[in-house]
Every structure is written in structure tokens, then in C-alpha cells.
Ligand binder design. Structure first.
Ligand code: GZL
Length: 334
């Protein structure tokens, strides 16, 4: 463990203890900063708290990187602003943390600050979204979902579903609620969806796509504008569940039935999406597993032991609909 400013250590341990057992006598009560308590200090620059997925992702880190597991977590919520994440990384460098974990809100603009972390000798692990850098040595590895495959899986599911309901020969009008523009989850899902839909112009007519910033409120707002502009929408692709929930509210407000009059496809597959599938309001949710905490801890342990780690590490992901959602729901951890 590198030297830490005593105040930060005590504060971080307290935060860790607070998240650990919730009680001060959890055995992980914050040791005084100078106790020589030799934990691995991890600075975590999180995107924000914009969705159910993000909350589950944050909890996964806060329940993994706790003192009883040998860690001190210093957590920063950037409220979806890159400048806040860059500032947090610089703070972590100042505090001489042992590792930096970054969930980059967008893919570009990271060269300078990641070079500063490299110069300080602090390994950076990317979780969730990806970065575009010319020097790949600026980060050790990346853990996350295969966003392009998620988009492709959505269209493959749609192809089978349309055939199944006898609408395989119809031209379907599609609108896309995109995630934060420039986020690799948005870039990949949009690419996967539009490329496969583009291969079937006789089946899919993409009327419009616009960002809903991965939030429920913005997703509802954009869907309201789509419904005003296009009276004959057949399919909504929402690049996360929360924008799908907003779209469902907008569709109901104009007297249409989501999941029946308009087919709804979402990404993430959090618990609330399973409940909407079972209620018949979402037709398909493509999973993006947020439980990266244990995977990142495994990587850190390997690095501590001087073992090599894979540069790109995809998490396991499924596709859920009315046929498998009820059986799977009891197994859901988020
Ligand atoms: C995906 C993640 C996305 C989720 C959204 O890995 O980056 O960000 O799909 C979240 O819910 O806002």
C-alpha cells in the first residue's frame, strides 16, 4: 500500500466500513490511518448514478472492495461528466493509490490523464465502457460487455420474433433511443443494431435515432417527440432499460399498448426489466452484466502476484423474453 494522506485513509476506511456491514462493529470498523493496516487502495472513477445498471455496478464494487477483503475503496461519482472523472483520477494520483479503476463516460479524451497515471506508476483498469487511445499501455486491461454483439443479438431476436408472429414479411418502422453519444455502450449497440437492420431494408425502416442519455426521463421525452413525429412506429430499440421504461410511459400516454402495438427492445436486463417482460410491456431485454467488482478484484490479485492478465475480458450475457424471464427472475442478482 502506498502512503496515503491520513485523513483520506480514515475517511475511506469509514466509507468502506459503512458499506461493508452497515454497522460500526462489523469487524471492519475503520482502523486509524496510522494503524499500519496494509490494504490495497483502489481509486474508482464511476460514471454517475444514471440508471439501475449503474447502481448495480457501483454496489458490486462497494461490496467487493471492502477492508475485510484487504481493500480500501476511494469512490467518486462523476455525475456523467468527463471533467469530473479526470479530476478524480488526478486526486487518486495525488493520494498515491495502488490502482485506479475507470468506467469512462465516453471513449475519447483520456490520453493526457492516463499518461499522468502511468508516469505516477499507478496501474489503470477499465471497467464497463472503453477508451480510444493510441497507446494501449495506458491501461492494463478492460472488463465489460460486448456492446456490438448485444446490438446484433437484439436484431437476431427480432428476426425470429417477427417470423414467429407472422410479421416477417412486413416493413417495420423503427426508432432508436440511443445512450450517451460517444459512450462505447452506445457506439457498439447502435453499430450492431443498424448494421444488421441495414442488411434487411425490406424488413426494417429506421425512422429516427436520438440520445436519451441512458436516463428514464430523457428517454420518455425523446419518445414523446418520436410519437408526435411518427404515428406508425412498430419497434422501439432503447439502448438501456431505463430509457425503455420512459418510452413505455410515453406510449401508454398516447393510448397505445407497449409490447403489443409497439415492440420494445431494451439493453441491460435489470430486475425491473424482467418484471416488465413478465407484464408484457417489454418484448426482449439483452443483458449487460454490471457485476464487475469481483472480476476487477481477481485482476488486481493477479497483478499483485505478478501474473499476466488478458487485455480484454468480456462478461457473460444472455437474451431474455417472455419465454425465459419468469424462470430466470429468481436468479437475478441485480
Ligand atoms: C453498459 C453501461 C451502460 C448501461 C446503462 O456497460 O455503460 O451505462 O447500459 C448505463 O444503463 O447508463
Amino acid at each position: 500500500m502506498k502512503k496515503l494522506v491520513a485523513g483520506v485513509m480514515a475517511c475511506a476506511l469509514m466509507a468502506g466500513a459503512a458499506f461493508a456491514g452497515g454497522s460500526q462493529d462489523s469487524g471492519a470498523a475503520a482502523a486509524p490511518a496510522d494503524s499500519g493496516n496494509d490494504t490495497i487502495v483502489v481509486g474508482y472513477a464511476q460514471v454517475g448514478a444514471e440508471s439501475d445498471w449503474r447502481t448495480a455496478n457501483t454496489v458490486s464494487f462497494q461490496t467487493t472492495f471492502v477492508p475485510e477483503n484487504g481493500y480500501t475503496l476511494i469512490f467518486n461519482d462523476a455525475q456523467q461528466k468527463q471533467e469530473n472523472q479526470i479530476r478524480a483520477i488526478r486526486d487518486f494520483i495525488q493520494q498515491e493509490v495502488d490502482y485506479i479503476v475507470l468506467a469512462p463516460v465516453v471513449e475519447t479524451g483520456w490520453e493526457t490523464v492516463l499518461s499522468e497515471a502511468k508516469a505516477a506508476g499507478i496501474p489503470v483498469i477499465l471497467s464497463d465502457r472503453e477508451v480510444k487511445v493510441t497507446d494501449e499501455s495506458l491501461y492494463v486491461c478492460w472488463v465489460g460487455g460486448n456492446f456490438v454483439k448485444e446490438g446484433e443479438d437484439a436484431v437476431k431476436w427480432l428476426d425470429a420474433y417477427l417470423e414467429e408472429i407472422g410479421r416477417g414479411d412486413e416493413l417495420m418502422n423503427v426508432v432508436i433511443l440511443q445512450g450517451t453519444i460517444g459512450a462505447s455502450a452506445q457506439v457498439g449497440r447502435t453499430e450492431g443494431v443498424t448494421r444488421l437492420m441495414g442488411e434487411k431494408p425490406e424488413r426494417y425502416n429506421i425512422l429516427a435515432m436520438q440520445t436519451g442519455e441512458f436516463t428514464q426521463s430523457k428517454g420518455q421525452e425523446v419518445m414523446e417527440s418520436f410519437l408526435k413525429a411518427y404515428p406508425d412506429i412498430d419497434i422501439v430499440i432503447a439502448e438501456n432499460d431505463n430509457m425503455g421504461f420512459g418510452a413505455i410511459d410515453a406510449i401508454k400516454a398516447v393510448g397505445k399498448k407497449p409490447g403489443e402495438d409497439i415492440i420494445i427492445i431494451t439493453f441491460d436486463a435489470v430486475r425491473a426489466a424482467f418484471e416488465r417482460i413478465i407484464a408484457g410491456e417489454i418484448n426482449c431485454a439483452v443483458e449487460c452484466n454490471p457485476l464487475h467488482g469481483p472480476r476487477v478484484a481477481e485482476i488486481i490479485q493477479k497483478l499483485e502476484a505478478g501474473e499476466p492478465v488478458e487485455k480484454k475480458q468480456y462478461v457473460d450475457e444472455g437474451v431474455f423474453d417472455i419465454k425465459n424471464a419468469a424462470a430466470e427472475l429468481p436468479n437475478r442478482a441485480y
